[in-house]
Each structure stands twice: as structure tokens, then as C-alpha cells.
Design a protein around this ligand. Sequence first.
Ligand SMILES: C[S@@+](CC[C@H](N)C(=O)[O-])C[C@H]1O[C@@H](n2cnc3c(N)ncnc32)[C@H](O)[C@@H]1O
Length: 238
Amino acid sequence: MQSNMYSTFANDYDQAIQNNIYNAHFERPSLQAMLPALEKLQILDLGCGSGVYAEYLLANGASQVTCIDYSEEMVQIVKKKAELAGLTNKVITYSQDLLLGLPNEKNESADLVISPLMIHYLEDLNLLFQDIYRVLKHKGMFLFSTHHPFADFKYTKTGNYFERELVEQEWKTFGKPIPVKFYRRSLTDITEVLTKSGFSILRITEGKVSEKAKEIDADTYKYLSENPNFIFIKCLKV
Ligand SMILES: C[S@@+](CC[C@H](N)C(=O)[O-])C[C@H]1O[C@@H](n2cnc3c(N)ncnc32)[C@H](O)[C@@H]1O
């Protein structure tokens, strides 16, 4: 389970992603560009982290955001931010392993489900994707981002792109190297679970790093301008 790292470094993560390249100037603007109009929407944010998406969704008209994360520390950060902003009536938070699906959420209760950069921590996507379909209203959308399957293939030990594989790495996001584990899976693996769960895929993109990233680190900007890193998938419940 990867979430230990996110629990230990919850506050550091919150600080790190405010203005970094990968989240603030690549992932978030890319996913946000694919969101529908947010006014009056009931939204689920799965793997909400420290709540940067909840802040954005509410600032842009969402009527309620339910934030779920495995890490209780992350959930507490979201709760505190909602209290400080006077938004406790619009933010619901709880911690739960999303591998178990969405047992606390009612059928056809959400207009939109987002899950930025979380699904690669789950070995099996079937239960979660089936439950996302169940809790979405008719014509509801599911939008998520994850590691690009092609980018992750460079870490393979099996050499078999089509075989799901646990990847172990060290990340230096918070200064010192921290061991991380996530699942590498093929594009087919992701899209088959979506369509088997009932979703129609509306759009797949690879995102775009913002020009602002150039001022922070020209080499990373160049790398992300020329290489796949994340993938963004928007689906519809029909
Ligand atoms: C890369 S962070 C992304 C956070 C947030 N979506 C964002 O974009 O800033 C991944 C998040 O997924 C959560 N997570 C990892 N595995 C999970 C699981 N099995 N169930 C629920 N949340 C999980 C972590 O605790 C962490 O907060």
C-alpha cells in the first residue's frame, strides 16, 4: 500500500504541489482543461490528497465535493482547509481504501467523479470503476489522470508491456529519496476495465506542460514537452 508515504509526507506533499512543474504546471491544468462546466455539480474526488482539486472545483461553482483518500492525514488537511475557508457545508471528507470501491456512496448521486493521479496505486481497477459507474447519474462524467503506460514501460522488469507489474522506485519529491510502489499497466488494461464497467470513453489526451514550467526548470519543461508522462481519460455514463 502506497499511501503510507502520502500519510508521512501529507503536509510536505501539500506544499510541494502548490507550484511545482508536474502537478501545478502540467497535471492540474491538463485535467482542468477537460472538466465540464462545474456549476451546481455534486462531485466525488477520489484520492483527493490535500484538497487542491476540491478548492478549484468549489471556486468554480461546484455545489458539493466529497473528498476520499486512504490517508487520514490527507483527509485532515482537506477538512482543516474547508474549515478555514468556511466551506464545511460544501466539503465532505473521509478516509477509505478505494480498492474497496465506494460502499458509502449512493447509486446515481454524483454528477462528476474525478481521480487525479491515484489509480496506479490500485492493483485491480474493476471494483472501483464499476462503483464509479453505479454512483454516477445518467450522463455523469468520470475524469482521471494516471501515469502514461508508455512512460512507465521504461521501468519494466518483465519486459512484457501487456502484463500488469508492480514498479518500485525512489522519488525525491520531498528532498531525500523515498521508496514508492505503483502498478504499471497497459492502455488496453485501463480502457477495457472502463468499457467493461459500462463507460463510453469520450477523450484521451496526454496533457500539455504549461509555458510557466520553463521558468522553473527549462530541462524538465523540455522533457515533458517531448515525452509522454501522464495520460488523461474522460468517460461518460450512458
Ligand atoms: C499523487 S497523490 C494525488 C493527490 C491529489 N489527487 C492531487 O492531484 O494532488 C495520490 C493520492 O492517492 C491516495 N491513495 C493512494 N492509494 C490509495 C487507495 N488505495 N485508496 C485511496 N486513496 C489512495 C494517496 O493517499 C494520495 O493522497
